[in-house]
Design a protein around this ligand. Structure first.
Ligand code: ADP
Length: 367
């Protein structure tokens, strides 16, 4: 079977970036392929915009290399790169109308009027704004301004569109709509999108591939499902959704001990009695009668979340468990907690991403 591997568009090799004494990016490796939706996900200040600035050419690496389509591009000026950015504040020209904003890029490239007009019309229709071409920027809503910013970037026919927290100024409902639209637009155009957000739900909903960034490093990269189901460490498990993280010991292959008991699980390949962290997601836990529970707990707290109850339960070893349940419970009641072997995820302490990948492959191969 021949593997249909997409072409690599952007590659970072061991890239660092310093501001004076401060190391903002630390040995970043990235591989960005053609035609996919990527997300850089991480807390504010973790280095996401700095990575975008290195891709667009607004910054140069302090050390390491940036490759664009296989060519070293550390010193390639921004205007020589087929990359455009949509910013959080949109950065539209307030004294121009919608059409003029979108026409700006193609016009300064010196294209003839007809070609500019075609590019503007097709970009505006991609974001469904063809009827508002003559409006002033002050006469359209925030959501429409967002669309103009995207059309303005697309009119430059980029190979890569960078989106720096573009939805954070929108209200919840509009943001959800735009998430869907952006995803759909990327699939229709088939160009690479690199989207920056600190919102894990947004990242999980939109991306083919996520880079989790923390403190200038890539903590983990993978598909949304991989990252949610198999977080590599404490930071990722906590940052991506809610997680119960409990200290444990892998007694031997497929047997883990935590909260004072032994449980069958699906992990292998660790040293006997290796100390680990155990992750179980709140939605993977069921509250049952005490005799059916794998752990016995006391209900400590609960809050209503619209579509579910978030329940806090304490086991007999004193660990606190967050449980997402469809039915309410009674505070102070004795109950059982049930879960399946596959719901137990193991994190090794200080495991590198390469070791982590090898371990997952070793036990996935045995299934
Ligand atoms: P993010 O996009 O994840 O919020 P940034 O890439 O904007 O993070 O910033 C990463 C770090 O670099 C932050 O700690 C920020 O304070 C610092 N930083 C950004 N720009 C500059 C600058 N021009 N001079 C000094 N430090 C900067």
């Amino acid at each position: 079977m021949t593997e249909n591997k997409a072409r690599t568009l952007i590659e970072f090799k061991n890239v660092t970036l310093d501001y004076g004494e401060t190391e903002v990016l630390k040995n970043i490796d990235l591989d960005i392929e053609e035609g996919k939706f990527y997300t850089l996900l991480g807390p504010s200040g973790s280095g996401k915009s700095t990575i975008l600035n290195l891709i667009s050419g607004r910054l140069k690496p302090t050390s390491g290399d940036v490759f664009l389509e296989g060519q070293k591009a550390n010193d390639l000026p921004a205007n020589k790169r087929q990359v455009n950015t949509v910013f959080q504040n949109y950065a539209l020209f307030p004294n121009m109308n919608v059409y003029q904003n979108v026409a700006f890029g193609p016009s300064i490239k010196g294209f003839e009027k007809n070609k500019v007009d075609n590019l503007v019309r097709s970009s505006l229709s991609l974001v469904q704004l063809q009827d508002l071409a003559d409006r002033d920027i002050s006469e359209i809503s925030g959501g429409q301004q967002q669309r103009v910013a995207i059309a303005r970037a697309l009119a430059n026919e980029p190979k890569v569109l960078l989106l720096d927290e573009p939805l954070s100024a929108l209200d919840y409902k509009l943001r959800k709509e735009m998430q869907y639209e952006l995803r759909e637009l990327q699939q229709r155009l088939g160009i690479t999108f690199i989207f920056v957000t600190h919102d894990q739900e947004e990242a999980l909903a939109m991306s083919d591939w996520i880079f989790v960034i923390n403190d200038g490093k890539v903590e983990q990269s993978g598909s949304p499902v991989d990252i949610y189901d198999e977080p590599i460490n404490h930071f990722v498990a906590n940052f991506i959704g809610e997680a119960n993280i409990i200290p444990g010991v892998m007694k031997k292959d497929y047997l883990v001990s935590f909260a004072g008991k032994d449980f069958k699980n699906v992990d292998a390949g660790m040293r006997p009695n290796e100390r680990v962290e155990v992750v179980i997601r709140p939605e993977d836990l069921d509250i049952v009668v005490p005799s059916r529970g794998k752990l016995q707990v006391t209900i400590d707290d609960q809050s209503f979340r619209g579509d579910s109850y978030e329940i806090t339960a304490i086991d007999d070893a004193g660990n606190e468990w967050a449980v997402q349940a469809t039915n309410p419970a009674k505070i102070g009641q004795r109950r059982g907690l049930d879960f399946d072997p596959e719901d137990i995820h193991i994190m090794r302490l200080n495991e590198s991403e390469e070791e982590f990948d090898a371990r997952l492959e070793s036990y996935e191969g045995e299934e």
